[in-house]
Write a protein that binds this ligand. Structure first.
Ligand code: PLP
Length: 402
């Protein structure tokens, strides 16, 4: 019999994954070109050619025993140095190899850092709407997720409520910018105010509050938008990064944590994270892809691909009458559900072979998330279905008001 804890996880298993599976089922019935799957943040864009070239080069020229062997649990030293130098060049930081720990994607990195930091009952603050997996990652280490309610005006964090929710037990705060699901980038003004609050609260309670910046979408910023690098604003910052989105490598499970020297209890945090990576069973991040990253450090993300999709979807949907803010980053549109019940709306969309995710999964009911990391054609072909759905929603609202 499975554990009691897993019973609840299975029951509340990800709606996003359920939609993704539904997409595969519908594709087998109607054909993939008749199903418009906007459910999962799975890039429909090939990895850059440099990735394939690097794989061939590594497999041809590096010793098998190196490429396929164990290494330090934090990852290959040369790859970590390359990443540190690249960050220093981009952000004017002064990281070294020791500050970088290679992880099994962003998800692996978050689990490592929670295992490293959390005692049972420690509070982790998140801003709704937020990536639903944070609930499980926190619960894995018996932490308590504390949710700051959404600010639906512009989806910047609600800082007053944030300040009120920090307690003696607050151990960490997660921020995710560019944001999944809203596409919002937290402004520098927001970051300055948020970190001032954290600094004051650390002092008030005499505690350490770690700011965890989960940023797999860092490179996906449009119209030249700036994404502040958080270690420059607050000493106790740990950054989680992943190549899942920027290099279209979600199945390869490769990312890293940045743990700066300035972090409180640095030496212990860094050694504990190394051990956590091992004892969680990751042991180390995938070896071949660590080496690939070492060679592809300067490869740029194809932002234009997503930007074209963003414009097509945003302009198309707002013309039909959908309401949403224009995303500045990531590859999601967070749209007000035309009817109050977002879950019902997403079920109605399935009848048009459109798969989207209710805002309820992100602790923000009344909205829907549309992942536009799909083929341009998918967006073009889905527009008719979105228009029909809007018309049906209008009829339902008229009927309800009679
Ligand atoms: N954090 C956020 C905000 C995400 O959207 C995702 C994936 O969609 C992850 C973390 C997990 O990323 P990875 O596949 O690199 O583990």
């Amino acid at each position: 019999m499975i554990s009691k804890e897993m019973v609840t996880y299975v029951q509340s298993s990800s709606l996003i994954r359920a939609m993704f599976e539904e997409g595969k089922r519908l594709s087998s019935i109607y054909g993939p070109d008749k199903v418009y799957d906007f459910s999962l943040g799975n890039p429909n864009l090939e990895a850059p050619k440099e990735v394939k070239e690097a794989i061939i080069d590594i497999l041809s020229n590096e010793a098998d025993t190196l490429v396929h062997g164990y290494m330090n649990n934090s990852g290959y030293e040369d790859v970590r140095s390359t990443i540190a130098e690249s960050l220093n060049k981009k952000h004017g930081t002064s990281f070294g190899e020791k500050n970088i720990l290679m992880t099994v994607g962003a998800a692996g990195g978050l689990n490592v850092i929670f295992k490293t930091l959390l005692n049972p009952g420690d509070e982790v603050i998140v801003f709704a709407p937020y990536f639903g997996e944070y609930r499980s990652y926190t619960a894995n280490y018996h932490g308590k997720l504390v949710v700051v309610s959404p600010n639906c005006a512009d989806f910047q964090p609600n800082l007053k409520e944030f300040e009120d929710k920090i307690t003696q037990n607050t151990k960490a705060v997660i921020i995710n910018s560019p944001n999944n699901p809203t596409g919002v980038i937290y402004s520098e003004d927001t970051i300055i105010k948020l970190t001032e609050i954290l600094r004051a609260k650390q002092q008030e309670y005499g505690t350490d509050i770690y700011l965890i910046s989960d940023e797999p979408y860092r490179e996906l910023a449009y119209d030249g938008a700036d994404v502040p690098y958080l270690t420059k604003y607050y000493e106790n910052t740990i950054v989680g990064y992943s190549y899942s989105k920027s290099l279209s490598l979600p199945g390869e499970r490769i990312g890293y944590l940045v743990i700066p020297n300035e972090v409180d209890d640095f030496e212990n945090v860094i050694s504990a994270a190394n051990v956590a990576n091992r004892i969680l069973g990751f042991v180390n991040a995938p070896s071949l892809f660590q080496r690939v990253i070492g060679k592809c450090i300067d490869v740029e993300t194809n932002v234009e691909f997503y930007d074209k999709n963003r414009k097509l979807l945003y302009e198309g949907l707002t013309k039909i009458g959908y309401e949403c803010i224009k995303p500045e980053g990531a590859f999601y549109l967070f749209v007000k559900s035309p009817i109050e019940d977002d879950v019902k709306f997403c079920n109605a969309a399935k009848k048009h072979n459109i798969l989207i995710v209710p805002g309820t999964s992100f602790a923000c009911p009344g909205y829907i998330r549309i992942a536009y990391c799909v083929a341009y054609k998918t967006i073009e072909n889905a527009m008719g279905g979105f228009a029909s759905l809007m018309a049906e929603a209008g009829e339902e609202l008229v009927a309800a008001s009679k």
